[in-house]
Structures are given as C-alpha cells and as structure tokens.
Design a protein around this ligand. Structure first.
Ligand code: 5GP
Ligand code: MN
Length: 335
C-alpha cells in the first residue's frame, strides 16, 4: 500500500469515484464518507457513496445521506456505480469482510482502492494507496487531515464540518476516550470557526429516541444484564423476542454495551444480540484490557483496543455461555 500523500496530485484529474464504508454504518463511517464525497465533488469528480447495508434513522439528517446507495436494497445501482468507478475509497474498515455481502464485489473490482481507517490489523495488501493509523480518534479526523494536508482546507463547508464532527463525537464517546488527543480539539476549534452547531448535532444523534427504545433499555438493564464482580465484567444478551416485543430497528441498540461500564469497578462489557443471520457481539473495556484481542481470539471479530465487535454462528445461549467460560482465561488481566 503506497502512502496516502501520493493520492493528492492524482485527484487533480476528474474521475468517477465510489466511497464505501462498513456494514451498518455508524456516525464515523457515514460522516467520513459524506464529508469526503462533498470534498471530491468540489474537486470536479463524479462521486457515489455506497453502504453495504442500511443505517440508523439518527444518521438520516446528515447532509447527503439521502443519496447514499444501500447495496442490500439496491444491488443493481450500487454494483453499477462500483464497476464504473476508477477509484474506490474504503473508509472506517480495513478488511473487506467488514462489508458483508459487498465483499466479493469489492475484491474483484479493478479500480484503484484507497484505505483510510483507524482499526487494528489492516489488510494492507488489498489496497493500492492509503493510511491506517490506530492512534487516530476516528476516520472523520483522518478525513479532516486528508483535506488539510491535501491543501483543500478552504473547501470545508458547514455541511462537511457537521459530518466530520458527528464521527468524532461518535467514536470518542463525546471526547471521553483515550484517542481524544489535542489534535481532535484543534480540529473541532477549526470547525467551530466555520460555524459548526455542535448542540444541534449532538441532539440529532443522541436525543432522538422513540419511547419504545427507552423502555427497551429499561427492560434490558433489568432483565438481561449479568454482572460478574469476580472478573470486573458484565454481559448483556438480547433475544429475538426482545427485539420483536419492543419493535427494535437498526441503531436502536447503539450504545447499550456501554452501560455496564458505568458500574463501579466494571472494566469489561460484552453485549450479544440474536440477529436473524448470526449472533452479533460488541465488546467495550476501560483501561488496559484489550478487547480487540479478546474478539479476535474467541468471537471472529476485532476492532480497537477498547471497542471491538465479533460474531458467532452458535445459538444465543451457547455463545453467551462461551463468554462466561472464556472470562476465566482472562481473570489475571481483568482483576
Ligand atoms: P460495535 O460494537 O460498535 O459494532 O463495533 C465496535 C468496533 O469494532 C467498531 O470500530 C467496529 O468497526 C469494530 N467491529 C465490530 N464488529 C466487528 C467484526 O465483526 N469484526 C471486526 N474486525 N471489527 C468489528
Ligand atoms: Mn471509526
């Protein structure tokens, strides 16, 4: 993979470009893709954003989100855009597996692929150009750097600033996590100078619940959370029945995995949801417990040091029991 800086001069020639991100895009995935799309259009390119799947309603306000093609809902249109593209940007994922059903198509494309991502263990051989930096708070911060280093600071519009800010607050837990370095605050200061309305964005992302979602959280915390004080850990397992009873949609379970970490002493939390096609895991930790390794070793996943995900083909009770068993192995790191 060649350095991202080599891409800047090549973007002087207008081209057809596709921007892609991981399945079930979060604020960072959607924000970085849309901000890059807006920049590239200003540079004279023809740009399409393709998401492997649908996304949460709380992202729909983002400028440009209405034009994003959902591959699962519109395969023909998405496939055509990707096959026509001379460049494919790959944002907020570093392995095609993270794009679910889109992966086989991405692998076979002849386009020049560019990676911009901050997850661990990138598959750098799959991309011709790019940057992978696990020290970065978010892909949105990396797209901001891309814009500034490319000499396009004057092209940051208020719409782009809103997209970039969303990803930063999403991935830093509103400036809480370790990766929130001074550079993040400098970037936000710049975005504020451009007129960013941070209150409005925070409300759009987080104060948007329907009543059923709040009641669902109450149910889950009361009835589906187990706390293992001997391991400073907790587990939440959510059944298909729970999802049906509370009419839970994409995005409604976002943030649930963080609740156990607000209990005194708890530094590791696992959340598993019984989805139709698989059991989907989320892991979060505080301090020096590495959930990326935990997810890779036992739940076919990965991610960051303190935030990772995974999956299982086992039944819900089987995979939950595996989590309880595996905790013992990590006792010395957790206590
Ligand atoms: P979340 O729990 O919010 O779905 O994901 C937490 C972090 O782990 C995100 O940065 C996400 O990209 C990553 N992640 C989630 N699921 C998987 C997975 O199945 N495999 C890998 N490698 N990373 C994942
Ligand atoms: Mn991210």
């Amino acid at each position: 993979m060649k350095a991202i800086t080599e891409v800047y001069p090549l973007l002087a020639t207008p081209a057809k470009i596709a921007v892609t991100t991981h399945q079930k895009p979060d604020p960072d995935a959607m924000g970085s893709s849309l901000a890059l799309c807006h920049l590239l259009r200003q540079l004279g390119h023809t740009v399409t954003v393709v998401s492997p799947t649908n996304w949460a309603d709380f992202l729909k306000w983002m400028p440009g989100a209405g034009e994003v093609i959902d591959f699962e809902a519109n395969r023909e249109k998405a496939t055509m855009a990707l096959k026509e593209a001379e460049w494919v940007f790959c944002l907020d994922y570093n392995h095609f597996d993270r794009t679910k059903n889109l992966a086989p198509l991405l692998r076979e494309l002849n386009a020049t692929k560019v990676l911009v991502d901050h997850h661990q263990q990138p598959d750098t051989a799959a991309f011709q150009y790019g940057i992978s930096d696990t020290g970065k708070s978010s892909t949105c911060e990396m797209i901001y750097d891309f814009i500034v280093e490319g000499g396009w600071s004057d092209k940051i519009t208020l719409d782009m600033a809103s997209c970039l800010y969303s990803g930063v607050i999403g991935d830093t837990g509103s400036f809480r996590f370790k990766a929130t370095k001074a550079s993040v605050h400098r970037m936000v200061a710049h975005l504020k100078d451009l007129g960013l309305n941070h209150t409005e964005i925070h409300e759009a992302l987080y104060d948007n619940f329907l009543e059923n979602r709040l009641r669902f959280i109450g149910h889950v915390l009361s009835n589906r959370m187990e706390v293992f004080y001997e391991y400073n850990a907790a587990l939440i397992s959510i059944t298909k029945g729970d999802l049906l009873r509370f009419n839970i949609k994409t995005g409604d379970t976002e943030g649930l995995v963080n609740y156990p970490l607000s209990i005194q002493g708890i530094k590791f939390a696992g959340l598993v949801i019984d989805r139709d096609e698989e059991r989907k895991w989320s892991f979060r930790s505080k301090g020096d417990f590495d959930v990326n390794t935990f997810a890779r070793l036992h739940f076919e996943g990965g991610g960051h040091f303190n935030a990772a995900g995974g999956r299982s083909s086992d039944a819900l009770d089987v995979t939950a029991q595996k989590f309880r068993n595996v905790l013992k192995e990590f006792e010395h790191q957790l206590t």
